[in-house]
Design a protein around this ligand. Sequence first.
Ligand SMILES: [Cu+2]
Length: 357
Amino acid sequence: MILLLVPALVQPTIAIVLRKEIRSLSTDEFYEWSTALHKFRDNKIPDFTFPNLQTITAFHAALTLNETYDQAHKGANFIPLHALLIRAFEMGLQYWYPNASSIYWDWSDDPSAIFTPELMGEYNESTGVILNGAFANFPVGYVAEVANEDFLEWVPESQTVLRYESLPLNTEIVGRIANQAMYYDPPATTEMVEACGNMTSFRDFWCCVYYDEDSRDSCGSTSGASESRLHGQVHGWFAGYATVGDSLVRFDGADLATSPNDPVFYLHHSNVERFWQAWAFKTGRFMATIADPCGGYDEETPEGHGIREPFYPKIDMVDAVTDEILPDGADGVPDTPYAICKAIYANPPYVYDTYPY
Ligand SMILES: [Cu+2]
């Protein structure tokens, strides 16, 4: 007992979070995680950049629907930006339940197996309504309504669009119709996941994760390229479509604007982050330099995705998620992919229970 206390007295220790696969949680652990998620949705955390779940959704939407470019997808920024979002989510949950973490969903292993009453819930296969479990009839805030919240004061309205009039972007209650083979390929196999682990630069790694094999040559192009079974297809696979009138509408989990409304978003992106950390431990950190802490970041990445290009909207986001691990924060340093790679490679605040390579 004394031995355990001594290190804490000598120097403040940094708690490194262990992220586990959703199916390895005990019943109590899943209960605590899902309860924390509900609290994060329903309450405001004082003095935290992302005081509730909807703020993460709105921030993701602001980056994605930026009038000039999608700063969250289709470019190298995709990996660090989503890493940051799930870290923010994790810290939000920890406010309500200190042992919570950004657990992940290893969809390369029997992906349907999490849609059970004990975990993410069964769903009605024609309406998408979640029938049971912790997220049955899980209501979420409209992004358009979230835009009225105080936290978005830093969004200059003239430049950021939170929803397009022509697209029905928001689903009031999260729903899903997983396994729609007619629209989406199933999630990647372990072999496909492992292939990305062999990439020798950050650029090749993110291109492998984001694009379908046939489209990787056009990595970074904003049109005409199809997305991979490691990310985009997985969103569509678990969320699916709803029929509204004569048209098919994406459920939140597959909608670029509102995907973080669906708790499965965080499970999926934590899995993607697990790939990144595995790649970083195997390759990235050995290639990292002061100028390029990501380890081979794409010089020719699309506009909005440069390694030192600040996120827009500009908030002190990196500080918000790194203050805990870097007591001085990164004050004065713009929020960029550079800042995230530097913070997370140098001193990762989380690790995973298993890695794919
Ligand atoms: Cu996204």
